[in-house]
Write a protein that binds this ligand. Structure first.
Ligand code: 1PR
Length: 551
């Protein structure tokens, strides 16, 4: 098999990149020291997390001169995400760290006053003067996850010989990909962008992208290059399929689904509902066009040897064939192994990332951490799972899964908690409710509301909220719009609406009546009532922008 070298400079969640490269028919060889860079013919710099963290690691290990030498020698080089950012002169994310300065310019942060940041989801990468640059397609969508970007100014990079593809998010047009000579860099993750992304990787690996670019060099602004660029908002409505996984009564790992978190059949045997096999179902949803797949290990609070964590194998196998982001949740907390060894939440998350997860989702531990945060007068000590994992892997890699329950109150001031005036009064006609956070899959309710929890975890560095609702779970009655609106108003990070989806119209409703960033379904997909594709077709018919699966 032909080879490509991958630079291994931080503990990154690069498993999916390796899988994507292998899928295309290339073998990965790791570069583990600056001296080894010279062995590389084609080199990829994957990037995760924080610009300063990435550049200071590269610099401390002595990689920067070796990388420059590789690029100057005209050998193929590809940067992905922070790997693209590293090519610029610097970033506002860490003004003390310099980039490689191959592309002049400094990155800045998205403005979060009118939209969620990070920018997470599927967006364009369009290059009007060279629409098929490195296999890009104007009709395709690519998966982005980042808070910093290089703002696009017409002609600026083109005049320096760069071909530029852009995307627009909330009125800000930024560089989605740049290419020149031997260099390609993408802000999006090609390895997580389905077939559209694999096409870009292939064009880099087989050299066809660079060859085509050489025969169609970028036009400068003065000859009309970049002139046709129309900054259209390209972010699609994200539809996520979620698989709740646990061992059934025979010890087999199955996808299950509860009604208000009760996953046992209503019949006398009360056996665990078995809706199928996790790996097969994830693949099916990927092929139906799911934008992400989430696995929740819903009985993770039971003790299990770390080495046998059941989701590791599920992730390994899923990530070989599913090229969209994978999230895994359940049991991410400091843990005492059965042999008495202590494992930090960061170690557990690392195991998941190495097995193919792109994000981890934290439930119960986030509630406990938020309680401690308020008890200490909102002090951050840097020792929570959220802080440690987001520091190592970036905020975008940490999702907090919230399991709230409605608590009705007769008057707004009957509780210290943040209430909503509800259109669905309680059993005694109560017109207000607040949402109490729970832990251990709803088994324990705490004196903490969703606004407190989500604001605390945002401060700790969580990148996204998975907002379930126990009252709505499995009811097929639609999302809890009041809950979603309350949380969206409280925080700036993206929110995934979850619980209650029963038909495609519920997805339309949540996207149109709230500002949710994504919506998740489970039971309706598992029971075969609707496919993900049907949801997306319906949303498209209603005029909402969605990504369609490319086979
Ligand atoms: O607390 O960090 O170990 O994480 C445990 C994780 O497991 C949490 O994310 C928690 O939400 C989840 N969980 C625990 N028990 C259950 C249960 O169902 N008994 N499932 C559970 C949560 C909720 C959603 C579900 C949506 C959509 N499931 O994931 O998929 O409600 O369902 P629907 O579309 O069919 O209505 P920790």
């Amino acid at each position: 098999m032909p080879k490509v070298h991958l630079l291994d400079y931080v503990a990154g969640n690069v498993r999916s990149l390796v899988n994507a490269i292998e899928k295309i028919g290339y073998e990965v060889e790791w570069v583990r020291s600056p001296e080894e860079v010279v062995n590389a013919e084609k080199l990829i710099l994957p990037g995760v997390g924080h610009f300063g963290h990435c550049l200071s690691q590269l610099s401390a290990a002595g990689y920067l001169p070796a990388l420059r030498a590789h690029i100057d020698a005209g050998k193929p080089f590809m940067g992905i995400c922070v790997g693209l950012q590293a090519l610029f002169s610097g970033s506002a994310e860490d003004s003390k760290c310099s980039g490689l300065d191959v592309v002049p310019g400094t990155l800045d942060r998205f403005n979060d006053s009118t939209k969620s940041v990070p920018h997470i989801g599927w967006n364009n990468a369009s290059c009007p003067t060279n629409p098929t640059l490195y296999g890009l397609q104007p009709s395709s969508k690519y998966y982005y996850v980042h808070s910093y970007k290089y703002p696009y100014t017409k002609g600026k990079l083109e005049n320096l010989g760069w071909a530029v593809a852009t995307a627009t998010y909330g009125g800000e047009t930024f560089v989605g990909a740049v290419a020149k000579g031997n260099i390609l860099a993408t802000q999006f993750h090609p390895e997580k962008s389905g077939v559209a992304g694999l096409r870009v990787l292939r064009a880099f690996l087989d050299g066809s992208g660079a060859k085509a670019l050489a025969s169609n060099p970028p036009q400068t602004a003065s000859d009309g290059g970049a002139a046709e660029l129309v900054a259209s908002e390209g972010l699609t409505r994200r539809v996520i399929a979620c698989l709740d996984v646990r061992a059934n009564d025979h010890g087999d790992l199955v996808v299950t689904k509860g009604d208000q978190y009760d996953v046992r059949e209503k019949s006398d045997e009360r056996s665990v509902r078995n809706l199928g096999k996790p790996v097969e179902m994830a693949r099916r949803y990927y092929e139906q066009g799911a934008d992400e797949v989430t696995f929740l290990n819903i009985t993770s609070f039971r003790d299990c040897p770390i080495a046998d964590l059941p989701m590791l194998e599920v992730l390994r196998r899923t990530s070989e064939t599913v090229f969209v982001p994978l999230t895994v949740g359940g049991g991410i907390r400091n843990t005492l192994d059965v042999d008495g060894t202590e494992h930090s939440a960061l170690e557990i998350a690392t195991l998941y990332f190495k097995s193919g997860a792109d994000k981890v989702s934290i439930g119960s531990d986030a509630v406990v951490a938020a309680e401690e945060y308020y008890a200490s007068g909102k002090t951050l000590f840097g020792n929570t799972a959220i802080e440690q994992i987001s520091k190592a892997y970036g905020n975008q890699a940490v999702v907090v899964s919230v399991d709230p329950k409605r608590v009705y109150v007769p008057k707004q001031d009957a509780t210290r908690h943040a209430t909503v005036k509800t259109k669905f009064p309680g059993p005694k006609g109560e017109e207000y409710c607040w949402y109490a956070c729970t832990i251990k899959g709803g088994r324990e309710t705490r004196d903490l509301d969703v606004v407190e929890l989500t604001q605390a975890v945002e401060a700790m560095g969580a990148g996204e909220i998975l907002l379930n609702c126990i009252d709505k779970d499995g009811t097929n009655s639609g999302f809890d719009l009041e809950l979603i609106t309350q949380v969206k108003e409280a925080i700036r990070i993206p929110v995934i609406a979850s619980s209650g989806a029963g038909n495609p119209g519920h997805f339309q409703e949540v996207f149109e009546k709230t500002t949710t960033d994504a919506a998740l379904g489970a039971g309706m997909f598992h029971r075969g009532e609707y496919t993900v594709q049907q949801v997306k077709d319906y949303l498209a018919e209603q005029g909402l922008v969605v990504r369609q699966f490319e086979g």
